[in-house]
Write a protein that binds this ligand. Sequence first.
Ligand code: C5P
Length: 223
Amino acid sequence: LSDKPLAGRRILITAGPTREAVDPVRYVSNHSSGRMGFAIAQAALRLGAEAELVHGPVSLPPVLGAQMTAVTCAEKMQAACLALWPRCDAAVMTAAVADFRPESAPTSKIKKQPGQERMTLELTRNPDILAAVCAARRPGQVVMGFAAETDDLLANAQAKLARKGCDLLAANDVSDTRIGFGSERNRITLLAPGAEPQAWPEMDKETLAEKLLLALAQRWDAA
Ligand code: C5P
């Protein structure tokens, strides 16, 4: 077996949170560290591929050798991904994209009024980047999504796999705080349409990243 099984391939990876502006000084975001996506990009390079890493605001060192595209909000992340996607062979979408964004972000700072005790933030749905990438896929392009769930992991992940239209879905149970968000280790169940779910043991994110990419490579080989 070659030690560069992904040679000649280009992989699009999304990572980290998105940051949705409320006004020029405030935003809505989440606690995603970006570690899983950065580990995937690193593993892709190790396995001989080129990596297009589109990431939200993270505090991680850049992945040397990867093409890094830094974005803030979901709309910018989607635009970057759709521009890169035609030149890529696979996409691995690990970003924790904000589901909603403030409907309109004023260009001036929102001021509290004297005596004001409440304020309402109107949110609107963000684009689903994974679904958009799946919809724009041409034959031979493979797409892997991630699902973080706290309840009914398998049922929710199966539904997500079908709804988004991806080839592979890595589902992890984020109710277990030792693993997942921000941690060094992770445990996932890998789902594919028409196949039995594979529950993988807990492992560090580097090993997991390699195994996920090898599972993805099998899809090209099977095609
Ligand atoms: O629907 P949910 O957010 O749980 O789906 C998770 C998967 O979809 C992840 O792979 C995530 O990167 C991707 N996603 C996306 N754009 C969104 C929401 C999720 O690419 N707006």
